[in-house]
Design a protein around this ligand. Sequence first.
Ligand SMILES: *Cc1c(COP(=O)(O)O)cnc(C)c1O
Length: 724
Amino acid sequence: MEQFHIEMPNHFSLPRRINRLGQLAYNLWWVWNPEAQTLFGLINKPLWNRLNHNPIAFLYKVDRAHLNAVTNDRYYLEFYDRVMAKFDAYLKAEDTWFNTRYPRLSDKKIAYFSFEFGLHESLPVYAGGLGILAGDHLKEASDLGLPLTAVGFVYNQGYFSQRITEDGWQETRNAVLNFSEMPILPVYDSEGKPLSISVELPGRDVHARIWTIQVGRLNLYLLDTNVEQNSPIDQQLTARLYSNDPEVRISQEILLGMGGVRALRRLGIEPSVWHMNEGHSAFLTIERIRELVQQGISFEQAAETVRKGNIFTTHTPVPAGNDQFPLWLVDKFFANTWPQLNLTRDQFINLGRQAQSWGEAFVMPVLALKLSDAANAVSELHGQVSRRMWQWMWPDRPESEVPITHITNGVHTGTWLARRMRLLFERYLGPDWWERFDDPALWDRIEEIPDAELWALRGHLKRKLVNYANERARDAWLSGSVHPVQVVAGGVLLEPYSLTIGFARRFATYKRGSLILRDYDRLLRLITNPDRPVQIIFAGKAHPADEPGKLLIQQVYRAVKDSRAGGRLVFLEDYDMNMARFLVQGVDVWMNTPRRPNEASGTSGMKAALNGALNFSVMDGWWREGYNGANGWAIGEDRDYPDPGQQDEADAVSLFDRLENEIIPLYYQRSADGLPNEWVARIKESIRTLAPQFSTRRMVKEYVNNLYAAAAERVEGKGKQQER
Ligand SMILES: *Cc1c(COP(=O)(O)O)cnc(C)c1O
């Protein structure tokens, strides 16, 4: 086993009595433990907010006077001791769900590979849904005690930040991230040199050093090519996410898949189970086969062996969305690899070959499916779509027997639940609610929360959202670089009394961000009705190369600027996890309008439901499973359309009818006590039915029970056969 060590920086000059804050700052456990956040916030709240809730930057910058003040505060110190004791107990616990349920598998390591991880806004190395899901998966795996290790990239320029010009055009900016202010730790070898690996790319070796992030009980290892041995161009290889240049993309994927396996070997980690979150990491199958073939095993036998431990999760419901490379590129990058696998060029290409409209391609999900014994989609409908899409790979099987199951996504409850909502649940669901919150029976107790109390809390969360938008608009105005109309567009006229709808997600055409603008006059009439006004808050980024996506933003922005909308349409710039928390916690209704069946699952609506917002969504992805007729509203019907134009029209009509005839009247219908009791009843029904089901608690348990445990058993079974 390779010797390695992780060095904890010891650079904060903290008073001795509270110096473990440094340790806390370097473990993301604090992200889903509000008490730990309070521990930082209590020292200097304005600074904590200004620094985007980044405890490392905070501990660097907070002045001695503030630190001394809390060191002399008996209540702070008692609180500090309590939080630290909880942190220690968490890290040391041996009676975790996994250890209790699968004692025999507790030493069977699981490797989890993903192109991006969304863990917190101070680590802007995620683009959207896929990354947030991966981040939530890690946090839950930690909570449940899984022996899991994750592998990804640290993008040193992060994902871009977004600014909208007065004309509604998206501008992007990539800042160079300052690692010394992020909870990223360097990993060193036994000689004290940065631990690194290399992969062969055409004509050279590319090196990557290894960093780590501590996510509760587990580690995420991140590859970074920004090292001296590399050429300046290769140093940039891991600078940004989702390049559109296919050569950069294939290089990144070789590094993640093949380099990731090498990194785990260097770290002395020997996984039994290898989970590929989407096809980007599928080259890990090639590297593992190469290792075995180099030991003298035939390709077929090696493939048979590695397949047992491999699990592939697909997230893409449209063929064109799949990660793929032209064959000339595969020739260029893999000509030296296929001899090492004892394969001919054609045999190698066959591992990923699929005919496309423009010719043949090497398709990453094909490779992943061929070399995994287990595969899953991320919702029930997405499972059906995936089996249809990949049926050609199993020509002798009917569609229903294509071996792709589904595990519907979830969200990490601790990360997305508002602090006050958590306190409310603690009070009414019982002190053990946190241990049992994936048990639907627990949530029947939601009826015991008095309507007035729940409604008051909803009001508080909405005021926080409005205040957040106001302050951002004020900052923009103060910067002196925006036109006055952009201050209105940025939410300065928002108020906390009207029905407030949120629409925040990536601006890709299939998400139909402008569906609600289809009947613009009717929209204006609805939102500006003085008796029953409505506000709609939009947010989201378009991929920098996605021109249609940017045009959609522009279309929305023009409506937002329209004086006839009276400032009741708003676009918040630069959507990130922080803004997502304000939005999913603060709005009354969470709207989602994907063109079915393109939304594999979606997760933001789950975050909203958890906090008492009501979903109003197309019957696609998770909502098709979550909606029960009484816990929110559907847009359109549970059916497919042959013609997208007809689908858009039908969905728009449904959207406006439901909004005008059901949602708005229900929100404004008040009882004698001034409360919207019918609305609150719906909130309770939504939380009761959705909170236990659409959490990563349920999801990660399903991954273990349905996929990981079986894979570990298969791998072990193989070992036994060999012994015999
Ligand atoms: C949850 C989340 C997403 C995913 O949202 P969906 O559109 O529901 O898939 C994307 N971005 C951020 C910042 C999120 O918090």
